[in-house]
Design a protein around this ligand. Structure first.
Ligand code: NDP
Length: 317
């Protein structure tokens, strides 16, 4: 059986969800956060975070998320470390199921995030956080003046390669086909940049190095020829997958599966979304946190409106 309807349930406990929880808790909405077993989101697999304002000396990703969480619970947010397994957003109050029971709420904030896609080879997994990364903005600076590899041929790969030229001694883009998927303008910028080399028709065979990246071995898909590209870092930019399996058929999603939002409002009244689950452009902890704040304020105002309308309707009877 579900407990009494809450004001707000936040589904997802990364920077967006926990910021939404801080704001909702401080608005006395007593939010419940279903943070999931992958609590903390993508920052949990990051080592140093040097671009989160307020930490001039940097902060470890997991430590930062622990601080977000402590701040949310300090103001009365309740956090459950379980996965949401099912949602019913078709009627109010909305229902969220976990393996341990069901919870209902007048408003829902979706912040289930996105996951970077990885190549899936052993050496990539082993060296993740030690030179293998999915975020140039976050980690490029650690490899200043070194050679770097970017894998992928879409706009993200182009953007990362161009960004990395500001700090790398050389950038090599490795792409599996003979033309980029990226928009013409971004692709042209990469091709015109003398600090960037491109290996066409190439896939990563192995990331070399024991405790740090020392090079990337690539294979030409036409000839099977192997080549080692010297590099201190490899940035995998082959796309992200929004964590929206649970949301299919519940809220409007775009073609790639991201939640469609107007501000933080979804197409379902009373359901808001924030962070990477609805952001294909910025994908930063700070932007996720910012949108989490917006979602909580939007939810609070919406709850207020609904309560006001209910009071007015009762008075009119
Ligand atoms: P995309 O899906 O557009 O591109 C992914 C790239 O990775 C493709 O080139 C693909 O190759 C390659 N790839 C996928 N899987 C593998 C694999 N297993 N091994 C090797 N290569 C692989 O993702 P993006 O993240 O680049 O972009 C996502 C969306 O966000 C796009 O709509 C993009 O336009 C948008 N975006 C816009 C930006 C902007 O406007 N400034 C910046 C960044 C993103 P293949 O081409 O062969 O399929």
């Amino acid at each position: 059986m579900a407990d009494e309807p809450r004001n707000v349930i936040v589904v997802g406990g990364g920077p967006a969800g926990l910021t939404a929880a801080i704001y909702a808790a401080r608005a006395n909405l007593e939010p419940l956060v279903i943070e999931g077993f992958a609590a903390g989101g993508q920052l949990m697999t990051t080592t140093d975070v040097e671009n989160y304002p307020g930490f001039p000396d940097g902060v470890q990703g997991p430590e930062l998320m622990q601080m977000f969480r402590a701040q949310a619970t300090r103001f009365g947010a309740e956090v459950l470390t379980v996965d949401a397994t099912k949602l019913d957003l078709s009627r109010r109050p909305f229902t969220v199921w976990t393996g341990e029971g069901e919870h209902t709420a007048r408003a829902i904030i979706l912040s289930t995030g996105a996951s970077a896609k990885w190549l899936g080879i052993e050496s990539e997994t082993r060296l993740r956080g030690f030179g293998v990364s999915s975020c140039a903005t976050c980690d490029g600076f650690f490899f200043k003046d070194k050679e770097m590899v970017v894998v992928g041929g879409g706009d993200t790969a182009m953007e990362e390669a161009l960004f990395l030229t500001r700090m790398a001694s050389k950038v090599t883009v490795v792409h599996r086909r003979d033309e980029f998927r990226a928009s013409q303008i971004m692709a042209q910028r990469v091709l015109d940049n003398p600090a960037i080399d491109v290996r066409w028709n190439a896939v990563v065979d192995e990331v070399l190095g024991e405790r740090a990246v020392e090079g990337v071995q690539v294979r030409d898909v036409r000839t099977d020829e192997l080549e080692v590209i010297p590099a201190a870092a490899m940035f995998v930019a082959i796309g992200h997958t929004p964590n929206t399996d649970l949301l299919t058929g519940q809220v409007a999603l775009d073609e790639a599966g991201y939640v469609l939002t107007d501000g933080t409002r979804t197409n379902v009244e009373g359901v808001f979304a924030c962070g990477d689950v609805q952001d294909t452009v910025y994908r930063q902890a700070i932007t996720a946190a910012g949108s989490g704040c917006e979602a909580a304020i939007d939810a609070e105002r919406w709850l207020e409106e609904v309560a006001h309308e209910a009071t007015a309707a009762a008075a009119a009877v």
